[in-house]
Design a protein around this ligand. Sequence first.
Ligand code: TYD
Length: 215
Amino acid sequence: MTTGGLFISFEGIDGAGKSTHIDGLAQAFRTQGRAVTLTREPGGTPLAEKLRTMVLNDAMDAMTEALLVFAARRDHLQQLIEPALARGDVVLCDRFTDATFAYQGGGRGFDHEMLSILEQWVQGTRGIDANFVRQPDLTVWFDLPAEIAAQRLAGARVPDKFEAQPVEFFRRVSDGYRQRMLAFPHRFARINADSTREAVWLDVLQAVRRRGWLA
Ligand code: TYD
């Protein structure tokens, strides 16, 4: 079993139901004696949380949105994620860059090439190793049809800017995630989120166990 730092991200359209499973996984790692850093994007640091409030509530064009989520990500990586990984923590992150490709790229139609450039810059550690770009060791994608997610979200709470989008938007977001999975098949574990909570949880556990990270 590995004892070095582990970086796991969780993705899916709004309503896909990732939160309880992230908490469950944090508990499972802690039970095995691992230190866990639980965090989220956009957010995770005081500055990034301020940017989150803007991104989730203020109207802006897709490029501004992309720049703000990457600015938040840069601060998050530098202040929280990289130090936690260096300590050997398990970092569980509710969304990461795949969300930018899915939401700003797929959902809002922003240029993927520009997103890739930002990804290289923001997640790169220039100076130490010019080729290194930080990525999750595993990305757990909760795949749920957009129509079902919309039913789950309906009336659940006051929707933010993204949650208020029509079902077609979330179909494009889902396609964005699918494209990222096809581009990075080894990093991705696709979970069928259209199932009971227990079945989804077993799939999540299995995805982590298969990699030898949990007994
Ligand atoms: P979410 O993670 O669903 O948190 P909550 O459960 O509190 O609503 O909300 C974050 C929202 O931000 C979600 O709608 C997706 C969006 N988002 C982007 O558009 N781009 C990004 O790069 C990230 C990380 C999130």
